[in-house]
Design a protein around this ligand. Structure first.
Ligand SMILES: Nc1ncnc2c1ncn2[C@@H]1O[C@H](COP(=O)(O)OP(=O)(O)OP(=O)(O)O)[C@@H](O)[C@H]1O
Length: 935
C-alpha cells in the first residue's frame, strides 16, 4: 500500500533543536552552580532581568482591573543564560544565532521556535526532520455569503439532549446590517490579503521589513503609543518571488497582492472602541465592525460570540468553515485591554490569519520558521505593547520562558484556541500538543481573562472533551448549522475511478465549472491523475506537500487566477487559499471522516452560489484507507518497553534531563514518533504527572578542536574535561550526548550548549548537532509500569477504534446514499444532498463513536496458512501479531518499512480482512510457532 498520503491524522510536535528553553530544562540546579561559574553567574543575572524587566515594561499597558494574583507554581523554573547583551532587557532570553539553519543551530540558542520541518505523512516523517509546527493542512478558509436580515430572530436558545444550552443561530436573520444605513461608510476591504506588515516577519522576509515599514499615525484603542505599520512590496530571501514570504519549508505565501487602499481612521475607530467599552451594544459593535472591517453586518453567530467574549465569558464557537470565526476574536482583540493570544495548529494557517487581520489590529507571530532575530523582533513589539494579537503554535507552551512572559501579570485578555477539536483525541485531527491547552494552563498560569475555542467540525463527544478541558460552561456554546445549503452533494460507486472522473468532468454540470478541486488521498495519485486529466485536455495541476514550496505556490496562483481549471490535491491544499468561486469539489478518494468531508466540500461555493460536490468511492480504496487508520496502533508489549526506557534511571533527580532520540526510538518500539509524543504528553498531563516534557533538541554533538589541544583546554575547562571523558572518538572527532554530559556535571544541557557556543566564537572548536530527541525530566517513577502500560494501551486502542469508526461512518454514509437511499429523503439519481445532510447532522449530533455495521470480512480460508508460510519464511525476524497484520495489510511501520517488506508477496494481501481479525489469527499462529503466549 502506498504510504505517501498527506494524512492529517499524524500529529507531531517538535520543539526546535535550536530552541530548547533554558527554563524548560528543569528546576535550577542550585548546588551545582559553582561548577561552571561563568554560566551560573550569567544565568542568575539574566533571571533577574528577565521576569522583572518584562513585567515592568509590559504591565503599564494592561488595565489593572483585570489583574489577578500571580499563579502559584510549585515548580521553580530555571533561568536562562545570558550571553547576548543586546537582549538583556528582554523578559526572556533570545540569542542570536550565528548559524542559519535549525539543523546546525547550537542547542543553546532560543530561536523563537526554530526547527526543521515536520511532515504530515508517515513516509515523509521517516526521512525528514520534524518540525516545530506541523505543515499539513487541516482546514482551509472558505467564505459563505449570508445575507443579513432580522437579528431579533437570530438567536434561539435550545437545550439539547446533552444538557447544553445550544444557541442555535439561523441563517439570514441578522437585522443589524439592514439597519445600519446611518453608519459611517468606509471603503470596504476588497482583498483579504490585508493586514499588518509587522506580522509577517517570517524568515528572510523579516530581514528587510523595516525598509518597507512606514509608521503611520499612532493609534491604539487602549494606548496611543501603539503604532500602525503598513507593508509595501517586500523581497523574499533568495530573491525569487516578490510579495512573498517563506514559511519553514520555503513556502511562498503571497502578501499584499493587490495593495489595498483601505483608509481607516484611527480617531474614529478609537472613539468606536471607547463606545463599545462603555456599552457593548449591537449598534456600537456594528459601527466598530464597519470602521475596522468595512462589513455592513455581522454574520450568524458572530455578534453573539463577540458579546460573550467581551463580557469575559469563555465561549465555545462552532461555525462552518468560512463562516467568519476569525472576526469573533478580531473585534474583541481591539476592544479588550490586553493581548489576544491565538493558538493555531499550522504555520500556514497562522500566516493566513495574520494576513487577514484588518489594519487596525496589530498582530505578530512566533513560529518555527523564524530566525532568532525575527522572533526577537516580534517579542520586542510585544514588549512595547505594539501587538494586540499574537499567533503561536501549541508547542510554544512547552517553552517555560514563553509562559513566564504572561505569568504573574494579567497581560492576556483573551486566549483563542483555533481548531479547538485538536484538543480531543476523539476528533478527526487530534494533536498531542493541543492536550496542553487546558484551563489550568491558560487561566491558571497565563492569567488569561477569557478563552474562546473555535472549530468548524466537532461531534458531541469532541465538544464535551474540549469544553471540559477548557472549562467552558455548557451555557456558553454557540453553534450554527454545520452545513451550507448551497452545496449539491452527489455520490457514486466507481469500478474505475479515473475513467469516471474524466466522464464526470466532461459532463454537466462539471463541464461548465471553471474551478474544481479534486481531492485524493495519496501524493502519487494526485500526480498521476493530474497528468491523466491533462492528457484528456483538461487543464490540471497536482498539489501536495511533497511538491517544492515554490511550485505549490505557483499552482495555487494559477488556480486562483483561473489559468488552470482543476487542482488535484491532497488534504494539504487549502493553506492560505483565497478563492471564493470554487464551483466543485470532487472526492477521488474517500475522506477519512465525515469531519474531513465537511471541511473539504466547504471549500466549494464560498461565494454563496450553488456548487457541486461529488464523491467517487469503491471498496478497494475503503479497505486501504481503513488499514491506514490502524497505523498509529500500539501493543501493550511495546508500550511497556517504551515506559521501561523512559523510566530507566533507578534514582532520577528532577534536575536530570533525559533524552530519547526520536528516529531510533520510533524504530526500536515500532511506533510512529507522534505516537511516542502522545504517550509522553499523557505521562505529563494524565492523572499523575510522571514527567515534565521539555522542548525537543538535537542531542548528539560531534566536536572538533582547532587552536588548542583538547587536553590543554580540558585542564582549565571542566566542561571540556567531562566531554573528553564521556565522548566516543571517531575520525579524530569527539561524539557525545549533550544531556548525558550535562547531567554528569550537574549543569543544564542548555548551559553546556552555550558554553560550546562561546568556545566556538573564540575559534577553539566547531561542532555539529544531530539526532532530534524528546527531552524530559522525571518527576515520579510509576509504581507499576505494567499496569500503566495497560492503561495507556487501552486508551490508545480506543483512539484507534475511534479513527476506524470515523472512516466506517463515511463509507456507510456513501454506501447508503449510493445503494440504499432509494430516493427516500427526496434524493434523485446521484443527487443525495438530503440523505447525506441528514446522515452528517446525525453524526455530528452523536458522540461519533457508535458501532456501525462494517463491510469487512472477518476471515479467509487461506489466511491462517499464509500466516504460517510467512512466519516460516521470515523466521529470522521478530514479529508481533500487529507487525504481521500490518504487513498483510500493506501498512508500513517504523520497524517494518515498505522499502523492505513490500517485496514479500504477502504484502497487502489481506487488506480486505478486518485488521484486528488478522492480528488475532497471527497471534494464534505465533503461539503455535514459538510455542508460547504472545501479546
Ligand atoms: N460579517 C462579515 N461580513 C462579510 N464578510 C465576512 C464577515 N465576517 C467574515 N467575513 C469574511 O469571511 C471570510 C472567512 O472568514 P474566516 O476566515 O474568519 O472564516 P473561518 O470561519 O475562520 O473559516 P475556517 O473554518 O476556514 O477557519 C473572510 O474573507 C472574512 O473576511
Amino acid at each position: 500500500m502506498e504510504s505517501d498520503s498527506d494524512s492529517d491524522a499524524s500529529h507531531i510536535s517538535a520543539t526546535p533543536p535550536g530552541s530548547p528553553s533554558p527554563t524548560a530544562a528543569g528546576p535550577p540546579p542550585l548546588e551545582r552552580r559553582g561548577i561552571l561559574l561563568s554560566s551560573a553567574k550569567s544565568r542568575t543575572k539574566t533571571s533577574a532581568s528577565t521576569s522583572t524587566t518584562s513585567r515592568t515594561i509590559l504591565q503599564p499597558k494592561i488595565s489593572k482591573k483585570h489583574s489577578k494574583p500571580p499563579p502559584k507554581s510549585d515548580r521553580v523554573e530555571p533561568k536562562p543564560l545570558n550571553t547576548s547583551p543586546i537582549l538583556s532587557n528582554l523578559p526572556f532570553q533570545i540569542k542570536k544565532s550565528t548559524i542559519p539553519t535549525d539543523k546546525n543551530a547550537p542547542v543553546g540558542l532560543l530561536h523563537g521556535g526554530h526547527c526543521a520541518s515536520k511532515f504530515a505523512s508517515f513516509s515523509r516523517a521517516q526521512d525528514k526532520i520534524l518540525n516545530f509546527e506541523p505543515d499539513n493542512a487541516v482546514e482551509m478558509k472558505t467564505e459563505i455569503s449570508v445575507e443579513s436580515a432580522g437579528f431579533k430572530e437570530a438567536v434561539k436558545d435550545e437545550v439539547d439532549g446533552k444538557g447544553f444550552t445550544v444557541k442555535k443561530v439561523r441563517k439570514n436573520l441578522n437585522l443589524i446590517g439592514g439597519s445600519s444605513s446611518d453608519l459611517l461608510t468606509v471603503k470596504k476591504a476588497k482583498c483579504v490579503n490585508e493586514g499588518n506588515f509587522v506580522k509577517l516577519n517570517i524568515n528572510g522576509y523579516g530581514r528587510k521589513k523595516f525598509k518597507y515599514m512606514n509608521k503611520r499615525k499612532g493609534f491604539s484603542s487602549s494606548n496611543r503609543r501603539h503604532k500602525y505599520f503598513r507593508a509595501s512590496k517586500g523581497t523574499v530571501r533568495g530573491g525569487g518571488e516578490e510579495n512573498g514570504v517563506f514559511d519553514e519549508e520555503g513556502l511562498v505565501v503571497d502578501i499584499r497582492k493587490g495593495q489595498d487602499k483601505l483608509s481607516f481612521q484611527a480617531e474614529l475607530i478609537e472613539e468606536a472602541v471607547m463606545r463599545v467599552r462603555n456599552e457593548a451594544s449591537d449598534d456600537n459593535l456594528l459601527k466598530l465592525l464597519k470602521l475596522t472591517h468595512g462589513y455592513d453586518s455581522f454574520r450568524d453567530g458572530q455578534l453573539e460570540a463577540i458579546k460573550m467574549v467581551l463580557s469575559g465569558k469563555s465561549t465555545m464557537l462552532i461555525l462552518p468553515t468560512g463562516a467568519g470565526k476569525s472576526l469573533c476574536y478580531q473585534l474583541p482583540a481591539l476592544v479588550l485591554p490586553g493581548i489576544t493570544l491565538v493558538v493555531s495548529p499550522l504555520v500556514a494557517l497562522m500566516i493566513d490569519q495574520l494576513r487577514q487581520l484588518p489594519p487596525a489590529i496589530q498582530g505578530g507571530l512566533l513560529c518555527s520558521s523564524q530566525t532568532a532575530e525575527e522572533a526577537l523582533e516580534t517579542l520586542r513589539l510585544l514588549q512595547e505593547g505594539a501587538l494586540k494579537v499574537l499567533f503561536v503554535s501549541p508547542e510554544r507552551f512547552l517553552n517555560a520562558e514563553f509562559i513566564s512572559i504572561f505569568s504573574g501579570a494579567s497581560l492576556l485578555s483573551l486566549v483563542v484556541v483555533d481548531e479547538a477539536h485538536c484538543v480531543s483525541e476523539w476528533s478527526h485531527n487530534f494533536r498531542p500538543s493541543y492536550m496542553r491547552l487546558r484551563a489550568s494552563l491558560l487561566r491558571g498560569r497565563l492569567n488569561a481573562g477569557c478563552i474562546l475555542a473555535m472549530t468548524a467540525t466537532a461531534t458531541n463527544r469532541t465538544l464535551c472533551d474540549v469544553m471540559r478541558a477548557l472549562e467552558i460552561p455548557p451555557t456558553n456554546l454557540i453553534q450554527s448549522t454545520k452545513l451550507r445549503d448551497n452545496l449539491h452533494l452527489s455520490v457514486s460507486i466507481s469500478a474505475n475511478r479515473t475513467k469516471d472522473l474524466i466522464a464526470l468532468l466532461k459532463s454537466s454540470p462539471f463541464l461548465n465549472i471553471k474551478s474544481i478541486i479534486v481531492y485524493c488521498k495519496f501524493q502519487s495519485e494526485t500526480d498521476m491523475i493530474s497528468k491523466y486529466l491533462c492528457d484528456n485536455n483538461i487543464s490540471a495541476k497536482s498539489y501536495h506537500s511533497g511538491i517544492p514550496a515554490k511550485d505549490r505556490s505557483r499552482v495555487q496562483d494559477l488556480f486562483c487566477s483561473n489559468k488552470i481549471r482543476v487542482v488535484v490535491a491532497t488534504v494539504a491544499f487549502g493553506m492560505g487559499l483565497d478563492k471564493s468561486d470554487v464551483g466543485a469539489v470532487i472526492h477521488y478518494s474517500l475522506p477519512e471522516s465525515l469531519e474531513e468531508y465537511v471541511q473539504e466540500i466547504g471549500r466549494a461555493g464560498r461565494d454563496g452560489r450553488l456548487s457541486y460536490c461529488h464523491l467517487l468511492f469503491d471498496d478497494t480504496t475503503y479497505f486501504k484507507l481503513r488499514s491506514l487508520m490502524h497505523s498509529d496502533g500500539v501493543d501493550e508489549y511495546a508500550v511497556n518497553k517504551l515506559l521501561c526506557q523512559i523510566f530507566m534511571s533507578e534514582r532520577p533527580t528532577i534536575e536530570e534531563i533525559y533524552s530519547m532520540v526520536k528516529e531510533s526510538a520510533s524504530r526500536k518500539f515500532d511506533m510512529k514518533e507522534e505516537v511516542i509524543l502522545t504517550i509522553l504528553t499523557q505521562l505529563e498531563l494524565g492523572e499523575v504527572q510522571y514527567i515534565h516534557l521539555l522542548p525537543q533538541m538535537n542531542v548528539t554533538c560531534t566536536l572538533n578542536f582547532h587552536q588548542t589541544s583538547p587536553s590543554t583546554i580540558a585542564a582549565r575547562d571542566i566542561v571540556i574535561a567531562e566531554i573528553l571523558k564521556k565522548s566516543e572518538m571517531k575520525d579524530g572527532q569527539y561524539i557525545f550526548n549533550i544531556p548525558f554530559v550535562a547531567n554528569s556535571i550537574g549543569m543544564l544541557a542548555l548551559d553546556l550548549s552555550n558554553h560550546l557556543e562561546s568556545l566556538k566564537l573564540k575559534g577553539e572548536i566547531t561542532y555539529e548537532l544531530k539526532d532530534q530527541a524528546f527531552c524530559y525530566t522525571i518527576l515520579e517513577v510509576p509504581k507499576d509500569i505494567c499496569s500503566l502500560a495497560g492503561q495507556l494501551t487501552k486508551w490508545l486502542g480506543e483512539v484507534e477504534t475511534c479513527k476506524v469508526r470515523k472512516i466506517d461512518a463515511v463509507f456507510n454514509a456513501a454506501t447508503f446514499a449510493a445503494k440504499v437511499c432509494d430516493n427516500a429523503f427526496g434524493c434523485l439519481k446521484d443527487h443525495h444532498t438530503p440523505c447525506l445532510q441528514r446522515t452528517i447532522l446525525e453524526y455530528f449530533n452523536s458522540d461519533g463513536d457508535a458501532d456501525v455495521p462494517i463491510k469487512m470480512d472477518q476471515n479467509s480460508r487461506f489466511l491462517q496458512a499464509d500466516i504460517k508460510v510467512f512466519l516460516q519464511s521470515n523466521a529470522h525476524a521478530k514479529f508481533t501479531p500487529r507487525a504481521v497484520a500490518r504487513i498483510l495489510h500493506g501498512l508500513a511501520s517504523p520497524a517494518f518499512p515498505s522499502a523492505t517488506w513490500s517485496r514479500t508477496h504477502f504484502w497487502g494481501r489481506y487488506v480486505h480482512i478486518d485488521f484486528r481479525a488478522v492480528m488475532e489469527a497471527t497471534k494464534q499462529e505465533l503461539i503455535s510457532f514459538v510455542g508460547k503466549d504472545v501479546t
